[in-house]
Design a protein around this ligand. Structure first.
Ligand code: MLT
Length: 249
């Protein structure tokens, strides 16, 4: 059983105040698709990802950094932003495109959730793609842990809550951790109900249905996979890098 102090799950990025995350270890979750895209970009050796809140911040940073190795990336309501180099499909973030590049990423909910959590003690980014790496990291933590679901425009998104529940389940070794708070209990219950049908539940989620009208179904298939890599995205000084890549330097 993990040594954590308390374990909670927040259902959307609007469901908490920034101060509630002070001194806590946070995992930001946006399964479809921002978290999965960030993990994929780091897997394909992007140098780092700068999450931003809106287009204004994205263009301010891109002008001040002004490097050839910078890509402007993101979506609004699932659609690539006009004039940007990349949208938010993980398939765009292949190594030919992102290797050694710094990416400025602006998404509807995911990067806003990350920005709101910058005051936490540690900030990681998780999705089903790096489940075991996230769980292993949290197992060693002795602080309060909060799993922040990005959701969709103030609402919860079932795929985010399901992944949070999967983490809660593993941190309690299959049982509910005694320090689980109400949000963690709900996520655990949801995961327990749907654990044998995770890809199906993700495919029938509101956002997957929304995405099917906007993009290829392969994005949802890809983001429904579990443990395809051991990338640990961590935010330091406003930039997300792979914790393990840093240790190798
Ligand atoms: C978001 O940040 O809301 C998402 O990642 C949207 C998307 O599917 O691109």
């Amino acid at each position: 059983m993990a040594n954590l102090k308390t374990l909670d799950v927040f259902f959307s990025s609007q469901s908490f105040h920034e101060e509630e995350l002070r001194n806590k270890v946070v995992v930001v979750i946006d399964v479809l698709r921002a978290s999965s895209t960030i993990i994929t970009a780091l897997m394909n050796q992007a140098k780092g990802i700068i999450p931003v809140e809106d287009m204004g911040e994205a263009s301010r940073i891109s002008q001040s950094v002004g490097s050839d190795n910078l890509l402007l990336c993101g979506e609004k309501d699932g659609i690539k932003i006009e004039g940007y180099d990349l949208g938010n499909s993980p398939f765009e973030y292949n190594s030919d495109t992102v290797k050694n590049k710094t990416l400025i990423l602006n998404t509807t909910n995911g990067t806003k959730a990350i920005k709101k959590a910058v005051g936490s003690a540690e900030l990681y980014v998780g999705s089903f793609l790096n489940l075991s790496t996230i769980v292993q990291t949290l197992h060693e933590e002795e602080k309060d842990i909060v799993l922040v679901c990005a959701g969709w425009r103030r609402r919860m998104a079932i795929e985010d809550l399901l992944f949070a529940g999967n983490i809660v389940h593993k941190l309690g070794n299959g049982s509910l951790h005694p320090e689980a708070r109400d949000g963690a209990k709900v996520a655990f219950g949801l995961y327990d109900k749907f654990r044998d049908n995770i890809p199906e539940v993700i495919h029938s989620s509101n956002h997957a249905v929304r995405l099917k009208d906007l993009t290829d179904e392969k994005d949802v298939d890809y983001c429904s996979q579990t443990d395809i890599c051991d990338i640990l995205p961590v935010l330091n000084d406003g930039i997300i890098t792979n914790f393990y890549a840093k240790k190798e330097v």
